[in-house]
Write a protein that binds this ligand. Sequence first.
Ligand code: NAP
Length: 274
Amino acid sequence: MEKNPTEILALFGNPVAHSLSPAMHNTALKAMGLNGLYVPILVEHLEAAVQGIRGMGIRGVSVTIPFKTKIIKYLDMIDQEAQRIGAVNTVVNRKGRLKGCNTDWRGIFEALSAVTAIKGKTVLILGAGGTARAALFGILKHGGKPFIVNRTVQKGRRLAREWNCPFYSMEEIGGLKADILINTTPVGMSPNTDKTPIISELLRNYGVVMDVIYNPLKTQLLRDAEKAGCTILSGLEMFIHQGAEQLKLWTGQEPPRELMRRVVMEALEGSGTK
Ligand code: NAP
């Protein structure tokens, strides 16, 4: 079967203007010696956009806010991981059949694995949205013991019941301790860089503190955690690994993660956020 002379990859989201994925993926594709181009697309009509993947022979798509759940019904199949998480961040086009996958959980897992074992470790997950679900999947799959804390009690409780793990309210957080803390809320993200989801005095109750936010690179939470003596992990690590896992799914090759990290860091530093 004939293919596009240049393999097209795309990001579907709304908004997409400030995404760092095009810089990261295009640099990687070039370094891998592949004739490919990754383009951000501001999607207004999701169903038509998904038809466009088939119609134009787009090789693969990254999916971001607000489409990670909505896209599921337009795809031909969903892998087991994405099914369990309930969200797709990657579409792979195999001869016109579109498969939905989720590499967010792998992003979290790879990032954490670089600094700590997960098996047998207690993990406090702050938040109960899509990223919390990806974190829960990865932690449970690798033998960790997660528990959830969320602002909206009902939502947190529902999630905890679904994944068979404990839930605590924000008011109870003072009495909690864990080996690992993962913030999956947007609290502290640029421009609200002085905000933090948990007061600094409590951070000595954790060994590793990970933020999924990568803008700024070092959030207030991570600055406080560093002062408290915790090992810290920026959302940049998750971002690089979830992107690298996407490239692996699309090309079958191992991407240059270190180069991808450098490109994204330079872009973030150039935008004045650290
Ligand atoms: P989501 O589904 O909307 O969930 C957000 C969660 O954060 C909800 O549980 C919400 O609590 C909580 N939250 C929001 N504002 C809060 C506040 N002011 N105080 C306390 N809790 C608050 O979002 P998501 O898709 O999971 O994304 C979450 C974050 O992950 C975003 O910042 C996103 O940029 C980041 N992310 C990073 C990567 C990466 O590669 N590094 C990948 C994906 C996502 P309620 O239930 O009470 O509303």
